[in-house]
Design a protein around this ligand. Structure first.
Ligand code: GUN
Length: 292
């Protein structure tokens, strides 16, 4: 039996229609949501993500300022640029694409973003609110994963969710979101990481398995069970000399074999990626509403 394909692109397109209506309403009352994206350096993957975010803004009628900076910019200069954006009335959300060059402290940069413009949801105070259940901006990838589970008919309520990976961008916040005693959450969550022993014994118990490891195709059919719903967060470039661009994108899951076994699976590309972008748009609209 072949698995249900959880099509993030389609789900994101649905949310896009909903958001467009909201944005038109806001514009009717004189508010145009605005997002600033800041890219430091020329990492091709980061540049591609920022480009996609800008394009989606354009499609939705969100004002977008895309700021590209050299990798040798000082932390002080970057802080001053963020300060300008913090005071810019046309900008409701500020996104600094991570990772940053090593000489810049990511935490200092994240902490310089005002809470009401923290559309990435990375500020420690935003995290505090997320954990205590106050209304705030949820980080885009975890929020997108929750949304795609719900909208695809795979509500995580009362399920055993196993998250492989404890990153600050995905694993850690997702665990916090899915254990909340709320509709669309209320799951039992296990987080596996590099310190976990016998990881496959745990992943096999997952009703929902979230692969957020950052290594190509390491989740294979032998570590999942037949009833599992698998969400692949990985975006890995692997060499493919036969292709025009010289690489192909694969997830953390070996899609070809795992999709033969499990109940449902999200592909890469076209799975979590579009959900992250649309949740960023949603957060930007939410930020714009705060100004009303
Ligand atoms: N790098 C990888 N994912 C993200 C994200 O969601 N936001 C930012 N700012 N940087 C990232």
């Amino acid at each position: 039996m072949s698995a249900q394909i959880i099509n993030g692109k389609e789900i994101a397109a649905q949310i896009k229609i909903e958001l467009k209506q909201e944005i038109e309403k806001l514009k009717g009352s004189g508010i145009t949501p605005g997002l600033a994206t800041v890219l430091v350096g020329d990492d091709p993957a980061s540049a591609a993500y920022v480009r996609m975010k800008g394009k989606m803004c354009e499609k939705l009628g969100i004002h977008n300022e895309s700021i590209k900076l050299s990798s040798d910019i000082s932390e002080e200069k970057l802080l001053s640029i963020i300060n300008d954006l913090a005071n810019d009335l046309k900008i409701n959300g500020i996104l600094v694409q991570l990772p940053l060059p090593e000489h810049i402290s990511e935490q200092n940069i994240i902490k310089s973003i005002p809470l009401h413009k923290d559309v990435d949801g990375f500020h420690p105070h935003t995290w505090g609110k997320m954990m205590t259940g106050e209304d705030t901006f949820l980080p885009c990838t975890p929020a997108g994963i929750q949304e795609m589970l719900i909208r695809s008919g795979n509500n995580p309520e009362k399920k055993h969710v196993v998250i492989a990976g404890r990153s600050k961008i995905v694993g850690l916040p997702l665990a916090n979101i899915l254990i909340k005693k709320e509709p669309g959450a209320n799951a039992t969550v296990t987080v596996c990481h590099t310190g976990t022993q016998n990881m496959s014994q745990i992943t096999k118990q997952a009703d929902i398995l979230i692969a957020a490891i950052g290594r190509p195709e390491v989740i294979t059919a032998d570590v999942v069970n037949e009833n599992a719903v698998v969400i692949d967060v990985g975006v890995n470039r692997v060499e493919a000399p036969e292709t025009e661009r010289g690489y192909r994108l694969v997830g953390d899951v070996h899609f070809e074999t795992v999709s033969q076994k499990v109940k449902a699976i999200s592909p890469v590309p076209g799975g979590v990626g579009p959900m992250t972008i649309i949740m960023l748009m949603k957060n930007t609209v939410k930020a714009a509403k705060l100004t009303t």
